[in-house]
Design a protein around this ligand. Sequence first.
Ligand SMILES: Cc1ncc(COP(=O)(O)O)c(C=O)c1O
Length: 419
Amino acid sequence: MRDLFERIHENKGPLGKWASQAEGYFVFPKLEGPISNRMKFKGKEVITWSVNDYLGLANQPEVRKVDAEAAAEYGSAYPMGARMMSGHTDLHEQLENELAEFVDKEAAYLLNFGYQGILSTVDTLVGKDDVIVYDVDAHACIVDGVRLHIGKRFTYKHNDVTSLEKNLQRATKLADQTGGGILVISEGVFGMRGEQGRLKEIVALKKKYNFRFLVDDAHGFGTLGESGKGAGNEQGVQDQIDVYFATFAKSMASTGAFVAGDKEIVDYLKYNMRSQMFAKSLQMQLVKGALKRLDMFRTRPEFKIKLWENVNALQNGLKESGFDIGTTQSCVTPVYLKGSIPEAMALVKDLRENFGIFCSIVVYPVIPKGLILLRLIPTATHTIKDIKITLKAFSGIREKLENGTYKRLSEVIMRGVQK
Ligand SMILES: Cc1ncc(COP(=O)(O)O)c(C=O)c1O
């Protein structure tokens, strides 16, 4: 036998192998200053397109005031213990009631983090005889939840209702044999490419197949539907979503999450969800902060209006300039370009250093080889000036990509990124 760490020594993983060239710049970059449309990267101001503070609540003075007052009143410890044991309070309950009402469900349950929360929700909803059918492009937290399932699971092609139906037929056959049920999982908005999950078509299949539907609406909550009630509300099918999940990590600009549905199901989750039963309760600063943010969703439509003005200006501007922004139906704005990974690195470096634009970059294996995805997240804090500068910069980098500038520069990059 060999030492366990030998494997790690030999193979750092698909991303880890790039660490020496990429760390501190392409991965683990340090954005400094208050969260907003303009932040600092390596001491220079950049227009920030990579922060999911959709509504710009992160630094709204009245939100910050509530956060600060709650921190002063409760510190960061209170309440201690898991909800079930000693970490329950009136304010946790109030937040759950308000969230449930907001997303038109009977009940809601708070989760400490979105990732563990939905993973554990999937784990809790299914037993060994049940079958899961989920979108192949589902977020890692859904995939990890499915990994915990000891029964059968099928993926369907991304947002492809015909493929979903084929897999529902397989799942139905299997569930008939095991005596189990079926859980279908989609996202409300797919965070990488921005398409909305085809929730309307998926719930229409309930007429033909017997399944329950779980939706992860991380990017839809706050940005879509009336007052930001999410993708289910936007598509008019919220009542057909059996279990609705959203995180506080995006439009709410905070930490935490919740799951909502019929009271009986939420009660079952409360008494059986291991990630919450065996973990400390959400701290009060986050609970009070979430109550304030939810109130902003309900009473301050101007943030969502401004967000969508910016989304439309950016997406229309990109399309008019001939960029391929794929099939987004949300604020998430992908820009697809053709090029290799080293070219992508040179291009992003140029964008940051010379054009003052900071956005996320996605390459193979997340998207097909030879494609570069620059992912822009517009927020309510961006200005039309930011958008104009960005559109100009994008035309600039496209020209350089096409005339081979980045191919030449990429050779320098590969010799080591300037830190
Ligand atoms: C679709 C989706 N689900 C869940 C999560 C996890 O949420 P959190 O950051 O609250 O753990 C994310 C965050 O990236 C997400 O995009």
